[in-house]
Design a protein around this ligand. Sequence first.
Ligand code: FES
Length: 213
Amino acid sequence: MSDGDVAIVSAKDDNKDATSGGVNRDRRYFLIQATSAVAAVGVLGAAWPFVKYWTPSAKARAAGAPVKIDFSKLVPGEMLSPIVAWRGKPIFVVWRDNQAIESLKSDTSDLADPDSLNPDQQPEFAVNAWRSVKPEIGVYLGICTHLGCSPKYVLTDNFEASGQGGFFCPCHGSKFDLAGRVVKGVPAPDNLQVPPYRFVSDTVIVIGEEGTA
Ligand code: FES
């Protein structure tokens, strides 16, 4: 008998064993698989309401998503327009000229919190005279810290002693310098908030993320 004949006989024996005793092994295997599949669907069905409950909607994710701002068309002395919103709040991006940068270091006597001592108002990277990553580029939430109006960007000579301009809130007259620092004696209690942000190039920032470019 050749090796090929042995192989054929063994296959037939296996098939016979599978049907011996009235039990078809293939059918039993099929039933086990089908039962497992039904059980898995049941578990998935029970878990789905919880998965759905804990997964934020696309709208909610978009509302909190980082926002990229390209300010390549901004020139020194201007604020970016149109204003971009992040989490429903306006983001002010200003390009300060050299004179303004120098003034922010020295003209601090009229300010309520010139050294940004309130840690709620800016990330650690913005605790400096400009309250920003780069001295020339200021990035602030355009929300007055009094009752939430949106201040206006002003560059009038008499806005403050230094004449550099800043942000003026028309609702109740609060003033902030070009680093968003609140002037003493106005209704607003705090400096404008600095959002988390990072540079991805010299003229593009991402609001809502921190880190180096
Ligand atoms: S909301 Fe800005 S001064 Fe009152």
